[in-house]
Design a binder for this molecule. Structure first.
Ligand code: NCD
Ligand code: ZN
Length: 354
């Protein structure tokens, strides 16, 4: 039995408020505990999006009643909320900026709209950018201009990891995360994920080439964090004519990464650095006393959607055999998960910015 610290997932979509048929703070934080995570940082692209004090309260009220692990909620950067977002920074996980995708009220068409946020958001809290390829380079330029940290969400391409490496060597305050699905899947896996249903493989950023995936593994030392980008959509939605992008990931990340440790593709200390030490530092998170995760490094089992707590009812890793199982999670002195069962009530989770 191996003991790890309570892990931190800095990129999770829990769909509350607005789409609780996909996930809510109850099902999502249960999935987090089952996956070995004791803190999740939740994304603001909900309905309504979280972008000011009132909408932040909506999410935090739901979380305080329903979360079973600890959490903090991101506030989203919109075209008109730079002052409002900055004024609630100490209550939020950080500021999330969507620099290429469109998200209703969180749409930022013009770089002058980015400037207000970079000028105003306090430097001791992170700005996280969803920015792919060349917009990622623009986000890094903003980190340099405003001399403040920027965390790049879910990198997936060789060109991205190489530009981040160069920016870090230049002393620019940029950090980044990679998702397990971009480390363990390529475009070539799409037929296996789809099972004849074209929408299941839809995810942003898209699955990349083997050359991209190999470059992420080769440059693992450039990558600060592993993050799931847990983005649950129901299997019916994924198999519909208009499939939304996103993969669930909370319950598969640690088993997949432990399996990679068993294959000597990374070490336990890499895993602790990228799932605890670095996210704790980058997101300025508090200690969780008497908190740990027990894993059985030698337990071999098959990943199955039916065993998961997420409400979305599917996984792109269905049927994968992994070596490494989460056995027990102790959170603030209380056994929160053991032998496949959640043992803490709704509302046990605390806001780490509370
Ligand atoms: C995200 C979601 O479903 O909220 N989906 C995804 O594929 N990562 C939104 C997004 O980042 O595009
Ligand atoms: Zn996301």
């Amino acid at each position: 039995m191996l003991k790890l610290p309570g892990l931190i997932d800095p990129h999770v979509h829990l769909r509350e408020p607005g789409a609780t048929h996909k996930e809510d703070f109850d099902s999502g934080t249960s999935a987090a505990l089952a996956g070995g995570f004791t803190i999740v940082l939740t994304m603001p692209n909900t309905k309504p999006p979280i972008f000011d004090s009132e909408t932040l309260d909506l999410a935090l009220t739901a979380a305080s009643k329903k979360a079973r692990c600890d959490y903090a909620q991101f506030v989203g950067a919109g075209p008109n909320n730079a002052d409002k977002a900055a004024s609630i920074a100490d209550k939020a996980a950080g500021l999330k900026m969507y620099l290429d995708s469109t998200f209703g009220e969180l749409r930022l068409d013009d770089m002058s709209l980015w400037q207000a946020h970079f000028e105003k958001y306090p430097k001791n809290y992170p700005i996280v950018a969803h920015s792919e390829s060349r917009s990622m380079a623009a986000a890094i330029l903003f980190a340099a201009i405003y001399d403040r940290p920027v965390h790049i969400a879910h990198i997936s391409l060789k060109e991205e990891v190489l530009v981040i490496k160069a920016a870090k060597e230049h002393g620019i305050k940029v950090t980044c995360e990679v998702c397990p699905h971009h480390l363990f899947l390529t475009k070539d896996d799409i037929p296996d994920i789809s099972h004849g249903n074209a929408g299941r493989d839809e995810v942003r950023p898209r699955l990349a080439t083997k050359e991209d995936v190999d470059a992420l593994w080769t440059n693992l030392n450039v990558i600060d964090c592993f993050a799931t980008d847990h983005a649950p959509h129901t299997i019916e939605e994924k198999d519909s004519d208009n499939p939304p992008p996103g993969f669930p990931g909370l319950e598969t990340a640690l088993p997949l990464l432990l399996n990679a440790v068993s294959e000597s593709r990374l070490t336990i200390s890499d895993l602790i650095e990228k799932m605890y030490t670095n996210p704790k530092k980058i997101f300025n998170l508090p200690d969780q006393p008497e908190t740990w995760v027990e894993v059985d490094e030698n337990s071999v089992y098959e990943i199955k959607a039916v065993d998961q707590f997420t409400r979305c009812n599917w996984t792109p890793f269905e049927g994968w055999k992994v070596k490494g199982k989460v056995c027990k999670v102790v959170l603030r002195g209380v056994t929160a998960f053991e032998d496949g069962k959640i043992l803490v009530e709704k509302g046990f989770g605390r806001n780490v910015r509370g």
